[in-house]
Design a protein around this ligand. Structure first.
Ligand code: MUC
Ligand code: MG
Length: 373
């Protein structure tokens, strides 16, 4: 095969409205903003990728306008003319030349993997040894900001066989109010429906101890990121103190975080996200650390659209220890899509897109409609 080259990288910012406001401890989302990446190669193959965060600049260090600027100004000149089939070498080169910027790196790695899968005519999951399962269980986040509306939403989604596990976003209100909100939902949905809570770092250790005790007594199944992301020791204390499993999300961002958390038994579960870790390959590395340490895994989302969700699904489908399923519902939170054929969600599962690469095709008319001018 003659040497292939990266000839062009195009980025745009796409804003898609959400179906309802989505309340998190640090932001209320009314739209989702994605950086869409198109990476063109000299063999006429195009790879697509997505770099997405939550709530503008409020959730993480990176933000959409900054990610686009970083890719256009710094990543692209490093990548043009390089061989797109050497994905590990290219990601090492980016790591050496670009500090941090993992969300943007994840978008670029996704585009390289999509292109390479298309080139070899295999799905991205095959580049990681193949899917263990082509269906992934998907929970839904109830975050309308209103307890009754959340209950109605959950009941409808159960009856539609879309979701039967629900995550509640708390930490924005007084802990007593939050515990009441969670208990009302648990009571209304009954014993068989699993409920998890995501505090998004909002509590101190003292507040967490009191509130988690009540949530545990109320039958809540999992507590996600109760403390500030840098408080690894506090998370370890909560993990050893409570029976209810504790999950690290913001704390478990990189491969190095996974190792440090595992070393001090700081969590029972890791929420993995391609954006936090800098791409799919790093997810496989974090998963290996977790497997060695006996830590369970959960397939997390940065509430990406269909491209980032498909990329996440491809790598999550290859993991042996995905005990807590996934939350890959991002596209369902949006009023429209920018791809020709949306991902199928049925019987409480996401179906891994078939076809080469990500198995996703951009709809350029939709991109035109929603892209920031
Ligand atoms: C987070 O911190 O988990 C994932 C699902 C959701 O509703 O919010 C995100 C962020
Ligand atoms: Mg979380």
């Amino acid at each position: 095969m003659p040497q292939v080259k990266i000839t062009h990288i195009e980025t745009c910012i796409v804003d898609l409205p959400t179906i309802r406001p989505h309340h998190l401890s640090m932001a209320v989302m009314r739209k989702q903003t994605m950086v869409i990446i198109r990476l063109l190669c000299s063999d006429d193959i195009e790879g697509i990728g997505e770099a997405t965060t939550i709530g503008g600049i409020s959730y993480a260090d990176e933000f959409p306008e900054g990610m686009k600027l970083a890719i256009d100004t710094y990543f692209t000149p490093l990548l043009i003319g390089q061989d797109p089939t050497k994905i590990n070498a290219l990601m090492m080169m980016l790591e050496k030349n670009v500090s941090g910027n993992y969300f943007a790196k994840s978008g670029i790695e996704t585009a390289l993997l999509d292109a390479h899968g298309k080139r070899l005519k295999v799905p991205v999951s095959d580049l990681f040894g193949g899917a263990v399962s082509d269906k992934l269980p998907v929970l839904w986040t109830l975050a309308s900001g209103d307890t009754q509306k959340d209950i109605e939403e959950a009941k409808r989604l159960i009856s539609e066989k879309r979701h039967r596990v629900f995550k509640l976003k708390i930490g924005r209100k007084d802990p007593k109010e939050d515990v009441h909100h969670v208990s009302e939902i648990k009571k209304a949905l009954g014993e068989d429906i699993k409920i998890t809570v995501d505090v998004n770092q909002a509590w101190t250790e003292q507040v967490a101890k009191k509130a988690i005790k009540k949530l545990q007594d109320g039958g809540i199944d999992l507590i996600e990121q109760p403390l500030a992301k840098h408080n690894f020791d506090g998370l370890a204390r909560l993990t050893s103190y409570f029976e209810v499993p504790i999950m690290a999300d913001e704390a478990a961002a990189t491969v190095q975080d996974a190792f440090k958390l595992a070393k001090i038994n700081a969590a029972n579960v890791f929420a993995l996200k391609i954006a936090k870790s800098g791409g799919l390959t790093n997810i496989a590395r974090q998963a290996a650390i977790a497997q060695g340490a006996g830590i369970s895994l959960y397939g997390g989302t940065m509430l990406e659209g269909t491209i980032g969700t498909a990329a996440s699904a491809h790598i999550f489908s290859t993991l042996p220890n995905l005990d807590w399923g996934t939350e890959l519902f991002g596209p369902l939170l949006l009023t429209d899509d920018i791809v020709k054929k949306p991902i199928t969600y049925q019987n409480f599962n996401l179906e891994l897109p078939a076809g080469a690469g990500l198995g996703i095709e951009l709809d350029m008319n939709k991109i035109e409609k929603y892209k920031r001018k």
